[in-house]
Design a protein around this ligand. Structure first.
Ligand SMILES: NC(=O)c1ccc[n+]([C@@H]2O[C@H](COP(=O)([O-])OP(=O)(O)OC[C@H]3O[C@@H](n4cnc5c(N)ncnc54)[C@H](O)[C@@H]3O)[C@@H](O)[C@H]2O)c1
Ligand SMILES: O=C(O)C(=O)C[C@]1(C(=O)O)C=C[C@@H](O)C=C1
Length: 367
């Protein structure tokens, strides 16, 4: 494909990560727009983009492809603004918003004959925000949903795929309705629950002031996403409101069932409930093509001594194991902590665990 001029409008975590991947793995020219000038300056100074403008309509006229990566409400505003632009040529516009129904509804109103709109949503992210948190490899192996406005725009869909393939993502084409239902279940609703669990802990802290000190791995794992950007999540809930309301009703019904099991102390039924959840959860991480990237975790007990973590990492690096993620789950003064090492393949998981065990480390494997 010939060199394209790609405008990233919204150079935060997601826009910045896409820009970094395109910059690292193609010859395309990257230009930027953002309402925050310090973000634009940072992106220019660090070489993520080669040019920027603080006027969307001006800078859009230079582009062949426009990637909108701002909050959902702002993305809708930008679609409306782009509709007014006199483009000197045909442009492809895509977005990254976490909800697709509202975006495609806005795209349907486009009258500008020079715009082909293809909705997009990379299914990976972080609880961090802003260009400084962006990473070229953020979407590696992640599902990247495309929701084209016009399925017959095959040539433009291929162009977008080819540009975004620099992120090393896996594409999945979905209708906005099915996207919003699926991400509602697997991404948006869990966020609501994570926030509500934090609220419950906060409420009970009034009774037990020492309670936060008991928050160990489990609470931290299940509530990590509650530390994400509140504005972004409010925007997501607002635009996926009807689905969220439906899932809440569904959840309340599920909780009533669970309440009954607990109140009647149905041991076998509770065991079955937990067991079938475990089986389904364990199966999710084995599905290579699933929406959840497959990670194979090894838990290593480490002692709280300086250099202990670096030593484990060095042992695995010497054996050429490629660690995809490292997390320190608990390190408290003077006692054993746990290191979670994530690998992309089961082979690496098993072999790295064997290597560490042979050197006297206590390890545990979990998928
Ligand atoms: N964070 C995630 O995990 C994640 C994952 C996938 C998709 N998304 C979606 O991607 C989009 C961006 O999210 P993010 O996490 O990168 O947020 P972010 O806060 O890191 O970045 C958003 C950027 O958009 C800019 N911006 C705000 N209003 C703007 C406007 N009117 N015009 C131009 N720029 C504007 C901000 O200055 C910021 O640089 C959102 O629509 C979000 O739903 C987020
Ligand atoms: O990794 C995280 O912290 C995320 O929450 C990322 C996550 C998700 O997995 O739910 C959140 C919102 C996006 O639209 C896509 C991905």
């Amino acid at each position: 494909m010939k060199q394209q001029t790609i405008l990233i409008a919204g150079l935060g975590l997601i826009g910045g990560s896409i820009a970094r991947a395109i910059r690292n793995f193609s010859d395309h020219k990257l230009i930027g727009f953002d309402v925050d000038e310090s973000t634009l300056k940072y992106a220019k100074e660090t070489g993520i983009i080669s040019y920027y403008d603080t006027n969307l309509q001006h800078v859009a006229q230079r582009a062949d492809i426009i990637i909108l990566a701002a909050p959902i409400t702002e993305t809708i505003n930008m679609i409306q603004k782009l509709d007014q632009v006199e483009f000197p040529k045909q442009v492809i516009v895509t977005d990254t918003a976490s909800v697709k129904g509202a975006i495609l509804t806005a795209a349907q109103q486009i009258n500008n004959p020079n715009i082909t709109f293809i909705g997009g949503h990379p299914m990976a992210g972080s609880h961090k925000r802003g260009v400084e948190a962006s990473k070229a490899h953020l979407f590696e192996n992640a599902i990247y949903v495309l929701s084209p406005l016009d399925y017959e725009a095959e040539e433009q869909i291929e162009v977008i795929k080819s540009v975004l393939a620099t992120t090393k993502c896996k594409f999945l084409v979905l209708k906005p309705e099915e996207h919003d239902e699926m991400t509602g279940v697997i991404s948006h609703f869990p966020h609501l629950i994570a926030s509500s669990l934090v609220h419950q802990a906060k409420k009970w802290e009034r009774t037990h002031a020492y309670l936060p000190n008991l928050a160990a791995g489990g609470f931290r794992d299940i509530t990590r996403i509650a530390s994400s950007n509140p504005q972004m999540w409010q925007d997501i809930f607002h635009h996926n409101q009807s689905k969220m309301s439906y899932f809440l009703e569904d959840w309340i019904e599920e909780m009533s069932h669970l309440k009954l099991l607990i109140e009647t102390n149905e041991k076998n039924e509770i065991l079955n409930y937990l067991d079938s959840a475990k089986k389904y959860r364990d199966g999710l991480s084995k599905k290579e093509q699933g929406a959840i990237p497959s990670f194979y975790d090894v838990y290593v007990d480490i002692h709280d001594q300086s250099g202990a973590i670096a030593k484990v990492v060095q042992i695995l690096a010497d054996e050429n194991f490629s660690i995809k993620n490292i997390e320190i789950l608990e390190v408290r003064e003077g006692i054993t902590g746990v290191l979670r090492l994530s690998f992309h393949t089961q082979k690496e998981q098993i072999e790295s665990s064997k290597k560490l065990t042979s050197l006297g480390y206590e390890t545990m494997i979990q998928n």
